[in-house]
Design a protein around this ligand. Structure first.
Ligand code: PGA
Length: 247
């Protein structure tokens, strides 16, 4: 790992309730006693937990994010949805967009692009997920897929300074399989090459855990990790961070 400033983003998906928040005391203590280390912790819980979690994390340097939003900037008759302004209003500073689980539910690149634009307007920082399926990987389409997702997802967005890219191969999410270091290096370099000016921060996501982190942390140019399953357990999450920041 060449970069010192590392992100650890917890994607809780559709897990957790008010009681779960008690388990974060360990993480809060850990982050307070490790202030000198340059890492950033961000929790992305289900929407209903954003407010209580933000309150609990007041006076800590742990931040809160959301996992998705409606594309409209305005209030509207959209039953069951929330927009990025509403998420910001209850305490979110970041938002995951383009996650493969949402893409599988039918989210198009165009829709993701609209969501990213509305979230930038609302003042949220974007964690933009890209990644290929197993079939695409087998057909050697990874680069083509990544290029398309980036080009369409970020279409006509000039200021990309608040965008972090999370490279998450779909076949790796929740499966226990991780990308080979050499493939990861190539994909990260490819993603970087798609940005003419300053390259965004690039995270890796997909089955990251305390066992495989030693391998992953040595991949050059990765600025941190987007962690699903293992982030729901504070001890496992802390173990990943500890291992990542140790030499
Ligand atoms: P996982 O999920 O760590 O459980 O594979 C990662 C993600 O979906 O962001």
């Amino acid at each position: 790992m060449t970069n010192k400033y590392m992100y650890f983003i917890a994607n809780w998906k559709m897990f957790g309730d008010l009681r779960t928040l008690n388990s974060l005391d360990k993480v809060i203590k850990f982050s307070k006693t490790n202030k000198k280390n340059k890492f950033k912790l961000i929790y992305c819980p289900p929407n209903i937990l954003i407010r209580p979690l933000s309150k609990r994390l007041k006076n800590t340097n742990i931040e809160v994010g959301a996992q998705n939003c409606h594309e409209s900037e305005n209030f509207g008759p959209n039953t069951g949805y929330v927009n990025s302004k509403m998420l910001k209003n209850v305490g979110a500073k970041y938002i995951i967009l383009g996650h493969s689980e949402n893409r599988q539910d039918g989210e198009s690149d165009k829709l993701i692009n609209l969501k990213i634009k509305s979230a930038i307007k609302a003042g949220l920082k974007i964690i933009f997920c890209v990644g290929e399926t197993l079939k695409e990987k087998k057909n050697k389409k990874t680069k083509k897929v990544l290029a398309k997702q980036i080009q369409k997802g970020l279409k006509s967005i000039k200021n990309k300074s608040d965008i972090i890219i999370a490279y998450e191969p779909v076949w790796s999410i929740g499966t226990g399989m991780i990308a080979k270091s050499e493939d990861l290096i190539k994909c990260v370099a490819f993603i970087k090459s798609k940005f003419s000016k300053k390259s965004p921060k690039i995270l890796y996501g997909g089955s990251v855990n305390a066992k495989n982190i030693d391998k992953l942390k040595n991949v050059n140019n990765i600025n941190g990790f987007l962690i699903g399953g293992a982030s729901q357990n504070s001890k496992k999450f802390i173990d990943i961070i500890k291992k990542s920041i140790s030499n």
